[in-house]
Design a protein around this ligand. Structure first.
Ligand code: NAP
Length: 327
Protein backbone atom coordinates (compact mmCIF):
# COMPACT_ATOMS: atom_id res chain seq x y z
CA UNK A 1 0.00 0.00 0.00
CA UNK A 2 1.34 3.46 -0.91
CA UNK A 3 2.04 5.99 1.83
CA UNK A 4 2.41 9.76 2.32
CA UNK A 5 5.01 11.01 4.78
CA UNK A 6 6.27 14.47 5.65
CA UNK A 7 9.87 15.57 6.14
CA UNK A 8 11.67 18.90 6.56
CA UNK A 9 13.84 18.05 3.60
CA UNK A 10 13.83 15.29 1.02
CA UNK A 11 17.09 14.50 -0.74
CA UNK A 12 16.87 12.63 -4.04
CA UNK A 13 19.97 10.52 -4.62
CA UNK A 14 22.57 9.05 -2.28
CA UNK A 15 25.83 9.78 -4.01
CA UNK A 16 28.48 11.85 -2.23
CA UNK A 17 26.38 15.02 -2.64
CA UNK A 18 23.19 13.45 -1.28
CA UNK A 19 24.90 11.83 1.68
CA UNK A 20 26.85 14.97 2.56
CA UNK A 21 23.70 17.11 2.33
CA UNK A 22 21.94 14.58 4.59
CA UNK A 23 24.75 14.77 7.10
CA UNK A 24 24.43 18.55 7.33
CA UNK A 25 20.62 18.74 7.36
CA UNK A 26 20.53 15.92 9.93
CA UNK A 27 23.10 17.75 12.00
CA UNK A 28 20.87 20.85 11.83
CA UNK A 29 18.12 18.69 13.41
CA UNK A 30 16.01 18.75 10.25
CA UNK A 31 13.91 15.66 9.65
CA UNK A 32 15.78 14.32 6.63
CA UNK A 33 14.91 11.64 4.10
CA UNK A 34 17.29 10.33 1.46
CA UNK A 35 15.71 8.43 -1.46
CA UNK A 36 18.04 6.24 -3.52
CA UNK A 37 17.12 3.55 -6.04
CA UNK A 38 20.32 1.53 -5.59
CA UNK A 39 23.00 1.09 -2.99
CA UNK A 40 24.14 4.43 -1.49
CA UNK A 41 27.38 5.58 -3.09
CA UNK A 42 26.54 6.90 -6.54
CA UNK A 43 29.61 7.35 -8.74
CA UNK A 44 31.86 6.23 -5.88
CA UNK A 45 30.64 2.71 -6.63
CA UNK A 46 31.91 3.12 -10.19
CA UNK A 47 35.32 4.27 -8.98
CA UNK A 48 37.87 1.69 -7.93
CA UNK A 49 40.18 3.86 -5.90
CA UNK A 50 40.44 7.56 -5.08
CA UNK A 51 43.73 9.30 -4.55
CA UNK A 52 42.27 12.80 -4.42
CA UNK A 53 40.05 12.63 -1.36
CA UNK A 54 41.82 15.05 0.90
CA UNK A 55 43.30 13.35 3.95
CA UNK A 56 43.37 9.86 2.42
CA UNK A 57 46.29 9.05 0.12
CA UNK A 58 44.23 6.18 -1.25
CA UNK A 59 40.76 4.91 -0.47
CA UNK A 60 38.46 2.47 -2.26
CA UNK A 61 35.28 3.98 -3.72
CA UNK A 62 32.91 1.58 -1.96
CA UNK A 63 34.73 2.10 1.33
CA UNK A 64 34.31 5.88 1.18
CA UNK A 65 30.65 5.42 0.19
CA UNK A 66 30.05 3.27 3.26
CA UNK A 67 31.71 5.85 5.51
CA UNK A 68 29.57 8.63 4.03
CA UNK A 69 26.39 6.65 4.60
CA UNK A 70 27.29 5.72 8.18
CA UNK A 71 28.17 9.31 8.93
CA UNK A 72 24.89 10.69 7.53
CA UNK A 73 22.88 8.08 9.45
CA UNK A 74 24.77 9.03 12.61
CA UNK A 75 23.13 12.48 12.39
CA UNK A 76 19.66 11.00 12.00
CA UNK A 77 19.15 10.94 8.22
CA UNK A 78 16.72 8.26 7.09
CA UNK A 79 17.54 6.27 3.94
CA UNK A 80 14.84 4.61 1.86
CA UNK A 81 15.46 2.51 -1.25
CA UNK A 82 13.06 3.91 -3.83
CA UNK A 83 12.93 4.88 -7.47
CA UNK A 84 11.79 8.51 -7.63
CA UNK A 85 9.64 9.29 -10.65
CA UNK A 86 8.58 12.87 -9.95
CA UNK A 87 9.41 15.95 -7.88
CA UNK A 88 6.72 18.60 -8.10
CA UNK A 89 6.22 21.96 -6.42
CA UNK A 90 2.68 22.32 -5.06
CA UNK A 91 0.68 25.55 -4.89
CA UNK A 92 1.61 26.12 -1.23
CA UNK A 93 5.31 26.05 -2.12
CA UNK A 94 5.99 22.61 -0.66
CA UNK A 95 7.31 19.73 -2.74
CA UNK A 96 5.82 16.35 -3.43
CA UNK A 97 8.25 13.57 -4.29
CA UNK A 98 6.63 10.46 -5.76
CA UNK A 99 8.17 7.00 -6.24
CA UNK A 100 7.39 4.33 -8.82
CA UNK A 101 5.30 2.42 -6.28
CA UNK A 102 3.21 5.50 -5.57
CA UNK A 103 4.72 6.48 -2.21
CA UNK A 104 4.56 10.24 -1.65
CA UNK A 105 6.87 12.37 0.45
CA UNK A 106 6.15 16.03 1.09
CA UNK A 107 8.69 18.60 2.25
CA UNK A 108 9.07 22.39 2.22
CA UNK A 109 12.54 22.00 0.69
CA UNK A 110 14.08 19.42 -1.63
CA UNK A 111 17.67 18.83 -2.68
CA UNK A 112 18.16 16.94 -5.94
CA UNK A 113 21.46 15.10 -6.09
CA UNK A 114 20.42 12.44 -8.59
CA UNK A 115 23.65 12.53 -10.59
CA UNK A 116 23.78 11.34 -14.17
CA UNK A 117 23.38 8.30 -16.42
CA UNK A 118 26.14 7.05 -18.73
CA UNK A 119 25.86 8.23 -22.33
CA UNK A 120 25.46 5.37 -24.81
CA UNK A 121 27.37 5.11 -28.09
CA UNK A 122 24.17 4.51 -30.04
CA UNK A 123 25.81 2.02 -32.44
CA UNK A 124 24.54 -1.33 -33.74
CA UNK A 125 25.13 -4.19 -31.30
CA UNK A 126 25.50 -1.95 -28.25
CA UNK A 127 22.09 -2.81 -26.85
CA UNK A 128 22.19 -6.41 -28.04
CA UNK A 129 25.48 -7.15 -26.28
CA UNK A 130 24.87 -5.04 -23.17
CA UNK A 131 25.83 -7.25 -20.24
CA UNK A 132 27.37 -9.75 -22.69
CA UNK A 133 30.50 -7.73 -23.39
CA UNK A 134 29.23 -4.14 -23.42
CA UNK A 135 29.44 -2.42 -20.04
CA UNK A 136 29.40 1.06 -18.51
CA UNK A 137 30.94 0.14 -15.17
CA UNK A 138 34.49 -1.12 -14.78
CA UNK A 139 34.32 -1.91 -11.10
CA UNK A 140 31.06 -3.85 -11.52
CA UNK A 141 32.11 -5.88 -14.54
CA UNK A 142 35.93 -5.75 -14.68
CA UNK A 143 36.41 -9.22 -13.19
CA UNK A 144 34.34 -10.76 -16.01
CA UNK A 145 37.09 -9.80 -18.45
CA UNK A 146 39.89 -11.77 -16.83
CA UNK A 147 42.63 -12.57 -19.40
CA UNK A 148 40.53 -11.11 -22.24
CA UNK A 149 41.27 -8.42 -24.79
CA UNK A 150 38.88 -5.51 -24.33
CA UNK A 151 38.26 -2.02 -25.68
CA UNK A 152 37.51 1.14 -23.75
CA UNK A 153 35.83 3.97 -25.62
CA UNK A 154 36.32 7.60 -24.54
CA UNK A 155 39.03 10.08 -23.68
CA UNK A 156 37.91 11.76 -20.45
CA UNK A 157 38.90 11.03 -16.85
CA UNK A 158 36.55 8.07 -16.60
CA UNK A 159 37.83 6.29 -19.74
CA UNK A 160 41.49 6.87 -18.96
CA UNK A 161 41.23 5.92 -15.29
CA UNK A 162 39.08 2.86 -15.88
CA UNK A 163 41.29 1.60 -18.75
CA UNK A 164 44.17 1.56 -16.30
CA UNK A 165 42.05 -0.20 -13.67
CA UNK A 166 40.82 -2.81 -16.17
CA UNK A 167 44.38 -3.99 -16.91
CA UNK A 168 44.37 -5.79 -13.59
CA UNK A 169 41.93 -8.23 -15.20
CA UNK A 170 42.26 -7.93 -18.97
CA UNK A 171 45.31 -9.16 -20.86
CA UNK A 172 45.14 -6.11 -23.15
CA UNK A 173 43.09 -2.93 -23.23
CA UNK A 174 42.61 -0.84 -26.36
CA UNK A 175 41.54 2.74 -25.71
CA UNK A 176 39.59 4.03 -28.69
CA UNK A 177 39.33 7.82 -28.75
CA UNK A 178 37.74 9.99 -31.40
CA UNK A 179 40.44 12.68 -31.28
CA UNK A 180 44.23 12.85 -31.13
CA UNK A 181 44.53 13.90 -27.49
CA UNK A 182 42.84 13.11 -24.21
CA UNK A 183 40.79 15.56 -22.21
CA UNK A 184 41.54 13.55 -19.07
CA UNK A 185 43.79 15.04 -16.40
CA UNK A 186 47.54 14.79 -16.80
CA UNK A 187 48.19 12.44 -13.87
CA UNK A 188 45.70 9.88 -15.21
CA UNK A 189 47.06 10.18 -18.76
CA UNK A 190 50.65 9.67 -17.56
CA UNK A 191 49.57 6.55 -15.67
CA UNK A 192 47.83 5.23 -18.77
CA UNK A 193 50.83 5.79 -21.03
CA UNK A 194 53.07 4.02 -18.52
CA UNK A 195 50.87 0.92 -18.59
CA UNK A 196 52.28 -1.66 -21.07
CA UNK A 197 48.96 -3.49 -21.35
CA UNK A 198 47.27 -0.44 -22.92
CA UNK A 199 47.28 0.52 -26.60
CA UNK A 200 45.68 3.83 -27.55
CA UNK A 201 43.92 4.04 -30.90
CA UNK A 202 43.63 7.73 -31.74
CA UNK A 203 41.20 9.46 -34.08
CA UNK A 204 38.88 6.50 -34.24
CA UNK A 205 35.23 5.88 -33.55
CA UNK A 206 33.40 2.70 -32.63
CA UNK A 207 30.95 1.72 -35.35
CA UNK A 208 29.53 -1.66 -34.35
CA UNK A 209 29.73 -4.22 -31.58
CA UNK A 210 30.05 -7.61 -33.24
CA UNK A 211 29.05 -10.92 -31.73
CA UNK A 212 28.47 -14.60 -32.37
CA UNK A 213 25.30 -16.62 -32.69
CA UNK A 214 25.62 -17.55 -29.03
CA UNK A 215 25.06 -13.90 -28.09
CA UNK A 216 28.58 -13.08 -26.92
CA UNK A 217 30.64 -10.15 -28.14
CA UNK A 218 33.51 -11.08 -30.46
CA UNK A 219 34.78 -7.74 -31.73
CA UNK A 220 34.48 -3.97 -32.00
CA UNK A 221 34.45 -2.47 -35.46
CA UNK A 222 36.17 0.90 -35.53
CA UNK A 223 36.76 3.55 -38.18
CA UNK A 224 39.72 5.88 -38.45
CA UNK A 225 38.15 9.31 -38.93
CA UNK A 226 41.22 10.62 -40.84
CA UNK A 227 41.45 7.82 -43.41
CA UNK A 228 38.01 6.20 -43.16
CA UNK A 229 39.82 2.84 -42.82
CA UNK A 230 37.70 0.28 -41.02
CA UNK A 231 38.91 -2.66 -38.95
CA UNK A 232 37.65 -4.94 -36.23
CA UNK A 233 39.43 -5.20 -32.90
CA UNK A 234 39.24 -8.78 -31.60
CA UNK A 235 37.82 -7.63 -28.29
CA UNK A 236 35.35 -9.52 -26.13
CA UNK A 237 34.51 -6.49 -24.02
CA UNK A 238 33.59 -2.89 -24.82
CA UNK A 239 33.54 -0.50 -21.89
CA UNK A 240 31.96 2.80 -22.75
CA UNK A 241 32.94 5.96 -20.87
CA UNK A 242 31.80 8.87 -23.00
CA UNK A 243 30.18 11.04 -20.37
CA UNK A 244 27.02 11.40 -18.39
CA UNK A 245 23.57 12.93 -18.84
CA UNK A 246 22.13 14.60 -15.80
CA UNK A 247 19.17 12.78 -14.24
CA UNK A 248 16.80 15.70 -14.31
CA UNK A 249 13.84 13.95 -15.96
CA UNK A 250 12.16 13.52 -12.56
CA UNK A 251 11.57 17.27 -12.25
CA UNK A 252 7.95 18.00 -13.08
CA UNK A 253 8.38 21.79 -13.20
CA UNK A 254 10.54 23.73 -15.59
CA UNK A 255 13.89 24.34 -13.93
CA UNK A 256 16.50 26.49 -15.63
CA UNK A 257 19.34 24.46 -17.11
CA UNK A 258 22.35 24.91 -19.38
CA UNK A 259 22.55 23.72 -23.00
CA UNK A 260 23.70 20.25 -21.84
CA UNK A 261 20.72 19.92 -19.47
CA UNK A 262 22.65 20.48 -16.22
CA UNK A 263 20.70 22.47 -13.62
CA UNK A 264 21.65 26.07 -13.10
CA UNK A 265 21.87 27.20 -9.50
CA UNK A 266 22.77 30.40 -7.73
CA UNK A 267 25.67 30.60 -5.29
CA UNK A 268 23.64 28.92 -2.52
CA UNK A 269 22.75 25.96 -4.79
CA UNK A 270 19.15 27.04 -5.22
CA UNK A 271 17.65 26.36 -8.64
CA UNK A 272 15.26 28.68 -10.46
CA UNK A 273 12.46 27.08 -8.38
CA UNK A 274 12.40 28.48 -4.82
CA UNK A 275 13.04 25.75 -2.24
CA UNK A 276 14.48 23.37 -4.83
CA UNK A 277 18.22 22.97 -4.41
CA UNK A 278 20.69 20.97 -6.51
CA UNK A 279 24.13 19.58 -5.77
CA UNK A 280 26.66 17.27 -7.39
CA UNK A 281 26.90 15.89 -10.91
CA UNK A 282 23.55 17.21 -12.18
CA UNK A 283 24.50 20.82 -11.42
CA UNK A 284 25.95 23.04 -14.13
CA UNK A 285 29.57 23.66 -13.19
CA UNK A 286 33.18 23.43 -14.31
CA UNK A 287 34.04 20.03 -12.87
CA UNK A 288 32.45 16.95 -11.33
CA UNK A 289 34.53 15.64 -8.49
CA UNK A 290 33.65 14.11 -5.13
CA UNK A 291 35.14 17.14 -3.43
CA UNK A 292 33.03 19.59 -5.44
CA UNK A 293 29.90 17.46 -4.95
CA UNK A 294 30.27 17.53 -1.19
CA UNK A 295 31.11 21.24 -1.31
CA UNK A 296 27.91 21.96 -3.23
CA UNK A 297 25.99 19.75 -0.84
CA UNK A 298 27.28 21.53 2.25
CA UNK A 299 26.21 24.88 0.83
CA UNK A 300 22.81 23.49 -0.23
CA UNK A 301 22.13 21.94 3.18
CA UNK A 302 23.00 25.11 5.09
CA UNK A 303 20.96 27.18 2.64
CA UNK A 304 18.00 24.82 3.19
CA UNK A 305 18.20 25.38 6.92
CA UNK A 306 18.10 29.17 6.40
CA UNK A 307 15.37 28.86 3.79
CA UNK A 308 13.15 26.82 6.12
CA UNK A 309 13.72 29.23 9.01
CA UNK A 310 12.80 32.24 6.85
CA UNK A 311 9.76 30.41 5.49
CA UNK A 312 8.57 29.35 8.94
CA UNK A 313 8.95 32.90 10.26
CA UNK A 314 7.10 34.31 7.26
CA UNK A 315 10.12 36.32 6.13
CA UNK A 316 10.69 37.04 2.49
CA UNK A 317 12.90 34.42 0.94
CA UNK A 318 15.25 35.70 -1.69
CA UNK A 319 15.09 32.97 -4.35
CA UNK A 320 18.21 34.00 -6.21
CA UNK A 321 20.01 35.44 -3.22
CA UNK A 322 23.70 35.21 -2.73
CA UNK A 323 23.10 33.88 0.75
CA UNK A 324 21.05 36.82 1.88
CA UNK A 325 17.65 35.88 3.26
CA UNK A 326 16.01 39.16 4.07
CA UNK A 327 14.54 39.52 7.53
P1 NAP B 1 33.88 13.60 -20.03
O1 NAP B 1 34.94 14.29 -19.27
O2 NAP B 1 32.74 14.38 -20.56
O3 NAP B 1 34.59 12.84 -21.24
C1 NAP B 1 33.84 12.17 -22.22
C2 NAP B 1 34.79 11.59 -23.24
O4 NAP B 1 34.06 10.81 -24.17
C3 NAP B 1 35.52 12.67 -24.03
O5 NAP B 1 36.84 12.27 -24.27
C4 NAP B 1 34.73 12.73 -25.34
O6 NAP B 1 35.52 13.04 -26.44
C5 NAP B 1 34.27 11.30 -25.49
N1 NAP B 1 32.99 11.19 -26.21
C6 NAP B 1 31.84 11.88 -25.98
N2 NAP B 1 30.87 11.46 -26.81
C7 NAP B 1 31.42 10.50 -27.57
C8 NAP B 1 30.93 9.67 -28.62
N3 NAP B 1 29.66 9.74 -29.04
N4 NAP B 1 31.77 8.79 -29.18
C9 NAP B 1 33.05 8.69 -28.78
N5 NAP B 1 33.59 9.43 -27.79
C10 NAP B 1 32.76 10.32 -27.20
O7 NAP B 1 33.20 12.42 -19.19
P2 NAP B 1 33.79 11.45 -18.06
O8 NAP B 1 35.15 10.95 -18.41
O9 NAP B 1 32.71 10.46 -17.82
O10 NAP B 1 33.89 12.36 -16.80
C11 NAP B 1 32.72 13.04 -16.30
C12 NAP B 1 33.15 13.94 -15.14
O11 NAP B 1 33.57 13.13 -14.03
C13 NAP B 1 34.34 14.82 -15.51
O12 NAP B 1 34.16 16.10 -14.95
C14 NAP B 1 35.50 14.12 -14.88
O13 NAP B 1 36.55 15.03 -14.53
C15 NAP B 1 34.89 13.46 -13.65
N6 NAP B 1 35.64 12.24 -13.30
C16 NAP B 1 36.76 12.37 -12.56
C17 NAP B 1 37.52 11.25 -12.25
C18 NAP B 1 38.78 11.43 -11.45
O14 NAP B 1 39.20 12.57 -11.26
N7 NAP B 1 39.42 10.38 -10.99
C19 NAP B 1 37.13 9.97 -12.70
C20 NAP B 1 35.97 9.88 -13.47
C21 NAP B 1 35.25 11.02 -13.78
P3 NAP B 1 36.13 14.52 -26.68
O15 NAP B 1 37.26 14.65 -25.72
O16 NAP B 1 36.52 14.52 -28.11
O17 NAP B 1 35.01 15.48 -26.39
Amino acid sequence: MSTTKHYDVVIVGAGPAGMCAALYTGRSMLKTLVLERGIPGGELLNTEKLDDWIGEKSILGWELAKKFEEHAREFGAEFVTANVTSVKRLDDGTFETITDVGDRYTSPATIVTAGGTPVKLGIPGEGEFAGKGVSYCAICDGAFFREQVIAVVGGGDAAVEEADFLTRYASKVYVVHRRGSFRASRILVDRLHANPKIEVIWDSVAEEVEGDAGGLMTGLRIRDVRTDAVRTLAATGCLVFIGFRPNTGILADHVEHDEMGYLKTDSIMQTSVPGLFAAGDLRSQLTRQVTTAVGDATTAAIAVEKYLKARAEGHAVDPQGTGGYSA
